[in-house]
Design a protein around this ligand. Structure first.
Ligand code: UT7
Length: 329
């Protein structure tokens, strides 16, 4: 890799309203104890009725642009990873491009479920390394509360809303993206799906009656997949980077379930002090999880120039992606 490429700035946004497990106890047949014990989640943030995915993306992106000291006109491309766009089309990325005044940027949405932010980082890094672009804004943002079935206890306790963003560009030689891995197994698509609303099952009275526009998940299958794939992709990225596990300073895993995170940490022999966890506060915000973690870690003073970070995502598709990053700020 001739051109070193990394994160120049980071930002995130969480909507104000907090929905606690106690609140959910009043809505569906669940308990605070069950949710904490089986998932590690205590609360999640929920977008206001007038807030959509682009609104949260814009707020996170403004913070990332300020952190990167980058003018919106310098952005060459906006990639927005989401499973809950404002509309089927136009892309949410185009709406964000307009609102931010990124007049010189191309823009597209990227669909890779919860792996979306890490997929976006990989796509962005390759376009930057090819010399096509100089600065790319990547965003992971979700308003999952709009597609959560609040009568299905198997799913409605698990997710939350939020957005995270990063400006990606050239960094000092030897810093930034050192290794990466991404993959997909479409045979598992049925395990995590929004069955209706697309060309397969367009919206109808029937699809609404069937709750077909909500998230449907076979939790056990996704759990098995997640515990299998996280360590595997992490080790591939590390090998790609030419680093060993001992050289890692911080693991930032997708926040789907504390048991999945602990299992991955155990496989990778990473002590939990070196693993960023915020699932208790925000639940699973899908593509937004990892950039929200990064922003939090930066604000907490946990990211130092030269630290080796490992980002690992997995999700609908099924998909997975990981990146080893030498922090460049
Ligand atoms: O971002 C990627 C997307 N998602 C994931 O990565 C999620 C992966 N999967 C998981 O995290 C876990 O499989 C879940 C948290 C979804 C479920 O945990 P589990 O330990 O696998 O529970 P289970 O599905 O085996 O359910 C055990 C019991 C069932 O009752 P019965 O059938 O044994 O009587 C469920 O009906 O727990 C019941 N249950 C609940 N009880 C209270 C399921 N959800 C709830 C709930 N409250 N919210």
């Amino acid at each position: 890799m001739n051109i070193s490429v990394g994160i120049l700035g980071i930002g995130s946004y969480l909507p104000e309203k907090v929905l606690t497990n106690a609140d959910l106890e009043k809505m569906v047949n669940t308990t605070d104890e069950w949710i904490i014990e089986r998932t590690g989640i205590k609360a999640r943030h929920i977008a206001a009725p007038e807030q959509a995915t682009s609104d949260m993306s814009i707020l996170a992106a403004k913070k990332a642009l300020a952190d990167a000291k980058t003018d919106p006109l310098e952005i060459d491309l906006v990639i927005l990873a989401t499973a809950s766009p404002d509309h089927e089309f136009p892309s949410t990325a185009c709406q964000v491009q307009d609102a931010l005044g990124c007049k010189n940027a191309a823009a597209f949405d990227l669909a890779a479920g919860c792996s979306g932010f890490v997929y976006s980082l990989i796509v962005a890094s390759q376009m930057l390394q090819a010399g096509i672009y100089k600065k790319i804004l990547i965003i992971g943002a979700e308003t999952l509360s709009r597609i959560m079935d609040f009568s299905d206890r198997n799913t409605c306790v698990l997710f939350g809303d939020g957005a995270g963003a990063a400006v990606v560009g050239r960094v000092d030689e030897g810093y930034g993206v050192l290794g990466l891995d991404m993959g997909a197994d479409g045979s598992g698509g049925k395990f995590l799906i929004q069955p209706a609303g697309g060309s397969r099952r367009p919206a109808s009275h029937e699809t609404i009656d069937e709750h077909g526009h909500y998230i449907h998940m076979d939790g056990k299958e996704v759990y098995k997949f997640a515990t299998r794939i996280m360590a595997k992709t992490a080790l591939k990225s590390l090998a790609n980077a030419g680093l060993t596990l001992e050289q890692l300073d911080l693991l930032i895993p997708h926040q789907a379930n504390i048991r999945i995170i602990k299992s991955a940490a155990k496989h990778l022999k990473m002590p939990m002090e070196k693993v960023w966890v915020n699932i208790d506060k925000y639940a699973n915000t899908s593509a937004a999880c990892i950039p929200i973690c990064l922003d939090e870690a930066q604000e907490a003073g946990r990211l130092h120039k030269g630290d080796n970070l490992l980002l690992v995502g997995f999700g609908a598709g099924l998909t997975w992606a990981s990146v080893v990053l030498k922090w460049a700020k």
